[in-house]
Design a protein around this ligand. Structure first.
Ligand code: FB9
Length: 492
């Protein structure tokens, strides 16, 4: 109906100068007119130009007084000729109307507000405020000077507010027609058979239109970076270690790594111990004896820790706290064969009973690399770290002495992040202690250099994710999974 009205009007007239007045005249809501103008102009049936003007609208309170009358007039009308007590009057009007009404009725000298009695000084009163509100409600133009004062007063009483009124002036467009026929969106067999395609209006082809989003699987960013890390290790000649056992014995997770049984990491504040199965079934007894030995009294040039090592402590099952537990198994297995150098890596979940915060969850993915060979040095470790991290786009490294129970010397690794313009801690590393390697049966001159980092930190940095909870766990943001970049090479 609005479309016929607009196209019809333009058939007789050159222009609709003001869509607002046109709406009032044609008794159609301005919003409906505006929607039609927008759609007709989209198809070039009309040319529409914005027109704006400052308009006044009633606030909620203003709208109530436009119907019920201003509070001061309501108050006067509620006072019987013989007067009334303030309490009764307030009950009649309600406290808001009573308070506002009293304020303005007194100001207008319409009432005598005694402590115990309220009387009115006038019989009839004209509700100027209500009249003004209704004129504004009807959209009447109010630009006279006395109107200006009234508008100022109504604004100060927060009964009206200014609002930019947006409308259009409309002229015929290049595609103007008395009536819009739905443009054909397809040339069908019927059109050809009926031969009516000649006078069909075809809808313009929108080559910019986005196709339907192709739903498909989405790799979690963690798995993309895992793949990236895996590729780097494989390109550097490393072999992946089997990490498919989250449950580990304290022996391989701690004792084999020469981590003493009273080390703080070994109590349930840091480690998830298992209630069922609480203890491990089998351990290589001869090797266990050597581990007991080295913990208690040393050997291999070490004086050990000199404490009473307990088998039952080593038997306790736990959720592994690091994939270094897998490294100890693999190095022990390597020692049972004629020695050959080996490069191993692991990327899998580890569990730590830690406080959860923006960058820490109770589980994360540890990445570990190790090289086991004769005569390796700390320089070799720094060299392989340089190689590894430069393939991740971090070529400026710094090493800070650190301590791990199972490596000596140990180094924290820092990389300079060009984007953040700061040094970031990107991992930890060291040379496994002889007290760990020799009881396994590895030859004297075999050294093992190793390092570790997390998968979550680089992924958060690469994908600009601030809170680890958006990345991993039950609060993961699926939108992020679906809309993250295909892949991000290099850190920068
Ligand atoms: O991942 C870490 N940081 C990091 C790594 C990479 C990165 O971007 C990459 C270049 C693309 C950005 C940041 N960290 C290790 C450093 C910190 O985040 C640290 O606060 C948190 N660490 C975890 C442990 O938290 C308790 C990260 C995790 C970590 C730490 C040490 C090891 C493994 C993981 C190790 C080891 C190790 C040492 C010696 C021998 C064998 C293994």
């Amino acid at each position: 109906m609005a479309e016929e009205a607009v196209l019809g009007f333009l058939h007789q007239n050159d222009e609709i100068s003001d869509s607002g007045q046109f709406a009032t005249q044609s008794g159609i809501s301005h919003d409906e007119i505006v929607n039609v103008i927008k759609s007709l102009s989209a198809f070039h049936f009309v040319d529409a130009k914005d027109i704006k003007r400052d308009s006044l609208i009633l606030t909620d309170e203003g709208r109530t007084y436009a119907t019920a009358g201003s509070p001061e007039v309501q108050l006067v009308k509620a006072i019987p000729p013989e007067g009334i007590t303030p309490k009764e009057l307030e009950n009649k009007l309600g406290s808001q109307i009573f308070k506002l009404g009293r304020q303005y009725a007194i100001k207008n000298k319409w009432v005598e507000m005694g402590k115990s009695e309220v009387t009115k000084k006038i019989d009839t009163v004209d509700d100027e405020v209500q009249k003004l509100l209704m004129r504004i409600q009807k959209g009447e133009v109010m630009n006279s000077t006395e109107d200006a004062a009234a508008i100022k007063m109504l604004k100060s009483r927060k009964l009206i507010a200014s609002q930019i009124w947006k409308g259009y002036s409309v002229k015929k467009g290049p595609k103007y027609a008395r009536e819009r026929r739905k443009p054909a969106t397809d040339l069908t067999r019927e059109n050809l058979q009926r031969d009516d395609w000649k006078n069909l209006e075809f809808k313009e082809y929108n080559f910019e239109a986005k196709g339907f989003p192709v739903e498909g699987g989405h790799l979690h960013p963690l798995l993309k970076v895992r793949r990236q890390m895996q590729m780097i290790f494989l390109q550097m000649g490393f072999e992946e270690m089997p990490t498919n056992n989250y449950v580990e014995s304290s022996f391989w997770n701690f004792d084999a790594l020469f981590q003493p049984q009273q080390h703080p990491a070994r109590d349930s504040h840091d480690t998830f111990f298992l209630k069922e199965p609480s203890t491990t079934k089998t351990l290589p007894e001869d090797y266990v004896a050597r581990v007991k030995q080295v913990h208690e009294s040393g050997g291999y040039g070490s004086r050990g820790y000199g404490y009473d090592w307990k088998r039952e402590e080593a038997d306790k099952n736990l959720l592994r706290t690091h994939t270094t537990a897998v490294s100890s198994r693999m190095l022990y297995a390597l020692a049972q064969k004629p020695f050959a150098g080996q490069r191993y890596y692991s990327i899998d979940r580890v569990f730590r009973n830690e406080a959860v915060d923006r960058t820490h969850l109770a589980e994360f993915h540890q990445i570990e690399g190790l090289i086991c060979d004769r005569g390796l040095t700390l320089g070799d470790l720094q060299g392989v770290l340089q190689d590894f991290f430069s393939r991740l786009g971090m070529s400026k490294l710094r090493f800070k002495p650190a301590y791990n129970p199972y490596t000596e010397p140990s180094m924290e690794i820092f990389g300079y992040h060009e984007g953040f313009k700061k040094w970031v801690e990107i991992g930890n590393s060291g040379m496994f202690r002889p007290e760990m390697l020799l009881p396994m049966g590895l030859p004297e001159d075999v050294r093992v250099i190793a390092w570790g980092l997390s998968l979550e930190r680089p992924t958060m940095i690469l994908y600009g994710i601030d809170n680890i909870r958006d990345l991993f766990g039950h609060k993961v943001d699926l939108g992020l999974i679906k809309s993250n970049p295909i892949c991000r090479i290099g850190i920068q």
